[in-house]
Ligand binder design. Sequence first.
Ligand SMILES: [Zn+2]
Length: 103
Amino acid sequence: MKWVNRIAGSLLGLIGIGIMRNFFGKYQVLVFDKEDLGEENDFSALDLRGTPTHACVCGSNVWYIKAVFDNYEIATYFLDMQCAECGSIATAPTPVDREGMEN
Ligand SMILES: [Zn+2]
């Protein structure tokens, strides 16, 4: 009778592992959904493109930009930039914009 109990025990063990796998599979899906919703709720970025600006409305003056390098220096950069702090999109300032302000 002992061997029967052992087989029954290992069968229950296998079923248990199956249930646990199912549980964690579902749990991971739930966590993933929660993170998705959280990102949407925290999303406060604005589209501020239009007037070239040095600082974001959130107070930060650090930006993510797409740039092209030439001879170890920034040769050119794209005008669309994103605030490193809040993620808002704005228009990067250029020397041409400075001349426009002086005139
Ligand atoms: Zn910002």
